[in-house]
Design a protein around this ligand. Sequence first.
Ligand code: HEC
Length: 153
Amino acid sequence: MTKRFTFMVTALVSTIVASSIISGNLSAHSGVLNKDVAARMKVMSEIAKNMSVLGKMLKKKDPFDKDKAVSAVEAIESLAVETPKVFKKQEMHPKSEAKLTIWEDFEAFTKIANKLSVDAKQITENLQSFDDIRPALINLSQSCKSCHSRFRK
Ligand code: HEC
């Protein structure tokens, strides 16, 4: 593996871990009163929490634990299935980072969520060792990125 690639992955994982810390603070979301907006933010915070389970293993902050890793990816799979359901209703909110484009092209939005759940399912079936964590994180985070870049402010 090239140094450049290793750097890229490390940066990526740091972002995932860091963003989950941020979302941990946000998940209190005391200011978010709209229950639909709160529900979709909660799904996203949970997704991030499960990604950071893998991120911490990769960074060796936590020991590799196959069962724990697989459950985290299973959780991501079902949260990805939930994603189009919790975003279905068009709700805007000052604290929300959702773009209007979600409802302008809900099909494209759903497609990315479906890809995440399909990829996650495949990973749960194949994850065996520590070496599988890195490619799993790279694979999954591509869906986060492609959805956020298009549908999140
Ligand atoms: C299909 C689209 C989609 C996918 C896939 C997706 N997200 Fe999101 N995510 C969003 C949108 C839209 C928001 C903004 C929601 C809002 O503020 O109303 C968001 C918000 C978030 C937030 C902020 C939550 C909060 O409390 O405000 C985090 C953290 C997050 N996503 C992490 C992730 C991670 C990690 C992944 C991949 C494993 C992921 N998301 C996959 C669409 C997606």
